[in-house]
Design a protein around this ligand. Structure first.
Ligand code: FCB
Length: 482
């Protein structure tokens, strides 16, 4: 721990009595059973087989084998004491080709999960899309084409009518920024394209899919609480130079405003429309009426937060180095002309993500001030570290405990200033398939021995259980990193 970052001031912070504590996972990352019970292929099955796409050539064929160990995982949730569990439904289990009638065996699996949760007094929180698009839909254009949004609406109808009586909280999409910009723009995620115009079109079609799903959910499950989960960030400029300030604004436009503005203000931000005006098809795919759908009222916003971000204009990389920053070797999106910086001395996770919990507080305040008073759930937050089973057979992940303590404190800080945060989900219940990093990055509060599937709760699991039991956290604050 750096001396500048973490200070505990001894006070214990209590959360509101109805604060909801949860744990999160996603289908492709944990289920395995790729060919079981009629599941069809997804874009991640395909992507994993592209040489060099995923570290060590890993894939989700077996993952945590959650599909076959669901009872054991339900018991882990039960013993943890969570009030809710966030999982995703794999579209290719419900519609193996992305179209047509439901595959009953796929629905049965989720019914069993939902019932198992409810038997244990745990509320299911269902994510309808956590990145595993059926491959046949990608073959027909994927999120580049409007039809995929229509297909999604049909899939949602099947899931909502089958599981609606057991599920009260629904998340349409997880992190559509990743699906569009990493999937079609930078190529880091499936389907692995590098086409900015396609990414912009995907951005819109994903939001349209969300908008089409909302009334379907409301009709199928009248009491449903419906929301969307966004990965949002708090971009800071590396200096006060106007070029760097403008760079931070562009990064903010791409990550945050391209999603928050249409959902809560019913329009895309002008500066971003201008920025992407020349790419094809880009936002030319927007049709009359789409933004009305995208901005339909919701019941909550899900926010995923992991790390802070400092950026400069690419032309100012040299000055940033002189100022003491470590400058990213390349731009994630060349058109944005932005370079990410690392602040020397700041602690990092095994993802190389800097740790700074205050960014979460300021992000939450900004959402309240600029976008919505709706209830907010932190639908993901957590950290990967290089965990190991020690000679006593334990995983003592003190660094993860510190990370969680700081971020949960940051959530409390936001509640203190009146932000309507209603719950927190740790990412993740289990070590799992971390997308292009394969099994090399462990985010779980439960260790998974991948060759055998054996689960071993880490020290952070016991710490989180205690946090839930007391509904309070020892206050920790991020200082010296502003
Ligand atoms: C988020 C994803 C989640 C997990 C975490 C670490 O972007 O939603 O599946 O991979 O990052």
């Amino acid at each position: 721990m750096s001396a500048t970052r973490s200070t505990a001031n001894d006070s214990t912070r209590a959360f509101p009595p109805d604060f909801l504590w949860g744990a999160a996972t996603a289908a492709y990352q944990i289920e395995g059973a790729a060919d079981v019970d009629g599941r069809g292929p997804s874009i991640w099955d395909t992507f994993c087989r592209q040489p060099g796409a995923v570290l060590n050539g890993d894939n989700g064929d077996v993952a945590c084998d959650h599909y076959h160990r669901v009872d054991e995982d339900l018991d882990l949730l039960d013993q943890l004491g969570v009030g809710t569990y966030r999982f995703s439904v794999a579209w290719p289990r419900i519609q193996p080709t992305g179209r047509g009638r439901a595959n009953q065996r796929g629905l049965d699996f989720y019914r069993r999960l939902v019932d198992g949760l409810r038997d244990r007094g745990i509320e299911p929180t269902v994510t309808l899309y956590h990145w595993d698009l059926p491959q046949p839909l990608e073959d027909d254009g994927g999120w580049r084409v409007r039809d995929t949004a229509e297909r999604f609406a049909q899939y949602v109808e099947l899931v909502a009518s089958a599981l609606g009586d057991g599920v009260g909280r629904w998340i349409t999409l997880n992190e559509p920024w990743c699906s569009s910009w990493l999937g079609y723009g930078s190529g880091e995620h499936a389907p692995g394209l590098r086409d900015i115009g396609a990414a912009a079109a995907a951005n819109h079609h994903l939001l349209l899919a969300h908008g089409l799903a909302v009334p379907i959910l409301r009709a199928a499950v009248p009491s449903a609480k419906v929301g969307i989960t966004l990965n949002l960030g708090d971009h800071q400029a590396g200096s006060t130079h106007p070029l760097d300030v403008a760079a931070a604004r562009r990064a903010d436009g791409n990550l945050n405003r391209l999603f928050l503005d249409p959902i809560f203000h019913g329009r895309y931000p002008d500066d971003m429309l201008e920025h992407y005006a020349a790419v094809e098809p880009g936002f030319a795919v927007v049709r009359d009426g789409d933004l009305e759908r995208i901005s339909l009222p919701l019941d909550f916003l899900g926010v995923n937060y992991y790390f802070p971000s400092t950026v400069v204009d690419s032309s100012r990389a040299a000055q940033a180095r002189v100022a003491g920053y470590v400058v990213a070797r390349s731009e994630q999106f060349p058109d944005l002309h932005v370079r990410s910086l690392e602040t020397p001395g700041r602690d990092k996770t095994a993802m190389d993500w800097e740790i700074q919990a205050t960014g979460l507080t300021s992000l939450l305040v900004r959402i309240r001030d600029e976008y919505t008073p709706l209830p907010i759930y932190i639908t993901e937050n957590g950290a990967a570290f290089d965990d190991y089973v020690d000679p006593n057979g334990a995983v003592v992940d003190q660094n993860r405990i510190t990370y969680l303590q700081e971020h949960i404190s940051a959530v409390h800080d936001a509640i203190d200033v009146g932000v309507n945060v209603r719950g927190y989900f740790v990412w993740s219940l289990l070590d799992n398939f971390e997308w292009s990093f394969g099994y090399s990055r462990r985010f779980g509060i439960v260790w998974v021995d991948f060759p055998t599937g054996t689960r071993l709760p880490k020290a952070s699991y016991a710490w989180y259980r205690e946090t839930i039991r007391t509904n309070a956290v020892e206050y920790a604050t991020s200082v010296g990193s502003a």
